[in-house]
Design a protein around this ligand. Structure first.
Ligand code: LIP
Length: 282
């Protein structure tokens, strides 16, 4: 990546930090923040999500007027979700909205940047922990400037696995989620955890304190930035069935190494949500 994108990354860090300040201030006023629902009664969005996304997009447009955007709340408002070769900012203004609503302290601003459908930098700001995770393709991953390295553990029996229940509560989906969870717990692994934020779960993989994270049902904005942070920390990304990771598939498996990843693939009961780039129903 040439240094033109370095200017963009520097801007992403600055605007993520500014957005994090807005989130922290709003957190002390959540009772004033209208809570709305999207795909289900547990898929929450607030006015702060919408306000923060607009703050980020407007700030970027002023410096990079020809760039494209995929934003969680813009897509929710009807904008298309298609990843092209053009420079594209992939934004989740508040990853962990349910945590935000409940003041549960894992809330992240996630900004990924892709060119030719390849993530060139990722920024995840865990704003209640004041942890700024960053990665540039080919130049490593960092948290508050300190290098990140995934865990060296190769034995699944000594691993912590991050999982989430997502926001789809249909019976057959819940059955598959719990079937996978039961098999993984019974391996047995040391533990199962979930931050309530895909981006933070993946940054914990990059930090070496969680060996792997998987989820079916996430969106491109949840994982674009953190997918690069994991790979630049020495981790791997793949589909939950073992094939190549596909940003738009709504499925992700992030792990410290191939051994742990392939062992998890054997236990995951997979399913295929509608892709992020699926044509909108007519
Ligand atoms: C969240 C993801 C999380 C998933 C939740 C939700 P949001 O993103 O980070 O992994 O389990 O259902 O999608 O909606 O807070 O940006």
């Amino acid at each position: 990546m040439d240094d033109v994108w370095q200017n963009a990354m520097d801007h992403a860090v600055a605007v993520a930090r500014k957005a994090g300040q807005v989130v922290r201030e709003a957190l002390h006023n959540t009772q004033k923040d209208a809570v709305m629902v999207k795909s289900s009664s547990v898929d929450l969005v607030t006015q702060t999500d919408q306000k923060v996304e607009q703050l980020i997009i407007q700030s970027v447009k002023e410096k990079f007027p020809t760039h494209c955007f995929i934003g969680e709340e813009s897509v929710a408002a009807g904008e298309v979700c298609v990843l092209t070769d053009r420079p594209t900012w992939i934004i989740d203004p508040i990853d962990g909205t349910t945590n935000f609503v409940h003041t549960y302290p894992f809330v992240a601003v996630s900004i990924g940047f892709s060119v030719n459908k390849q993530v060139e930098f990722g920024v995840v700001y865990s704003c209640l922990q004041d942890q700024m995770y960053t990665a540039r393709r080919g130049r490593g991953a960092f948290c508050n400037g300190e290098p990140l390295q995934v865990s060296h553990q190769r034995d699944i029996h000594q691993a912590i696995i991050a999982v989430e229940f997502g926001s789809n509560r249909e019976a057959q989906t819940v059955d598959k989620i719990f079937s996978s969870l039961k098999k993984i717990v019974s391996i047995p692994v040391h533990g199962v955890r979930g931050a309530g934020s895909a981006a933070i779960n993946m940054c914990l993989v990059a930090s070496g304190c969680v060996e792997a994270y998987y989820e079916i049902g996430i969106h491109v904005w949840d994982v674009a930035a953190s997918s690069l942070i994991v790979s630049e920390a020495g981790g791997i990304l793949m589909d939950v069935e073992g094939g190549p990771f596909d940003l738009m598939s709504r499925r992700v498996l992030a792990a410290n190494n191939q051994s742990i990843a392939e062992r998890l693939v054997k236990e995951i009961d997979s399913f295929c949500p509608l892709r992020d780039d699926a044509p909108l129903a007519q």
